[in-house]
Write a protein that binds this ligand. Sequence first.
Ligand code: SF4
Length: 258
Amino acid sequence: MAGLSEIEWTDATWNPIAGCTMISPGCTNCYAMRMAARLQAIGHPAYSDVTRKSGNRAVWTGKINVNDKAIAVPLKWRTPKKVFVNSMSDLFQDNVPLELVIKVWDVMAAAHWHIFQILTKRPDNMLKVVKEANLPTLPNVWLGTSVESGKFNSRVSLLRRVPAAVRFVSFEPLIGRVGKINLTGIHWAIVGGESGPGARPMEADWVEDLRIQCRKQAVAFFFKQWGGTNKKAAGRKYRGRTWDNFPKPSVVPLSAAE
Ligand code: SF4
């Protein structure tokens, strides 16, 4: 699975690994888990045995497949893009081989005309791996964490300790109030409700709370969607307009020609 994306805050997805494990309530209705089960069912080799049936749904088995064919894909894309890394997994799970993370970093450094966006629910592991492997701070790599409710605000404190050109927080699926949050060192916030079967509702005042805190702390605010079982119908307008703000990286990536 690599190619153009319908996710509003990126242009393309790049999945050098497949498979994950659930870590917190934000994972309950994981889109990647559902999609991986479909790809596994049609025999896609990158997704073999990554999910199993549990009642009337599919859940991760914990198996991680490295897709060697996908590793170099961004180098073939000559037009600069924002690339969401591992939309079908979490690069900083315990079982991802360190050599794979290093390879991903090498490709991101070589494909310097793209912006790579890495999102994890495990910023503790991200911090550990980046330090232990001495991974360079690349100007075209944005590092982020997901926070689904105030119970997980400590992920932001961990992310803040990871050196990065851009740090971002995805408050999606927002399933509870975040409350007061320190966004020092964070450049960008994405806010969105859960979508798909069993979607849990997001309340407007949770969004407003975040929008105001982003404004006060000079964080770019991106409103992704209201979500729900029909996300297209619910739309992505908030207070009568769209909010498609992006961060300004501290270092501007080189163009493809340089
Ligand atoms: S960490 Fe991400 S990919 Fe993994 S189960 Fe949770 S939501 Fe899905």
